[in-house]
Design a protein around this ligand. Sequence first.
Ligand code: GAR
Length: 196
Amino acid sequence: SRRVAILLSGSGSNMVALLDSMTGDHPARPALVLSNRADAGGLQKAAARGVPTEVVDHRPHGPDRAAFEETLHARLMDYRPDIICLAGFMRVLTEGFVARWQGRMINIHPSLLPRYRGLDTHARALAAGDAEAGCTVHEVTAALDDGPILGQARVPVVDGDTPETLAARVLQMEHRLYPAVLRRFASGDRSPVWLP
Ligand code: GAR
């Protein structure tokens, strides 16, 4: 089966949803969970599920993204992943790194792309008065939060929503969307998943 490395920087709830999905007849299995932050909550959750973990700290490299990515790439290669899933990995990747994993690296983003690339997606959706929000899984290309869409899920914006309440509603959908897309992607099918 295909070997999956999951990269994260935070609490790792999407990572847990992905790990929990990779059982039975699933075409992939987890090979590694890697964080750029040693204090990311996701690392303990992965270890508790018996998945190898690694930390590659970006800070010693300062602003030199390529140097960080050399270390990152080398550590990844120790685990021979076929697929990389970015799951709340908060480092922008350079064109060089992306090229090495082109067609094999996917990301989840908390907006209905192409709307709201980058940060603060929920606050921006509320400020715009959007009636709907959501999340997108896409192939990673050199352009930030661009790349072919592999799946998208929508949620309503409701009266009184704050960025936090909207984020929580979207996150629930992320936990459904990302496993659905990974299963399809790992089987070689790039046709998009639309939820709900
Ligand atoms: C998720 O909402 C994910 O879409 C977002 O970070 C959160 C991570 O939560 N990703 C980005 O903003 C990428 N720029 P998690 O650690 O609980 O999965």
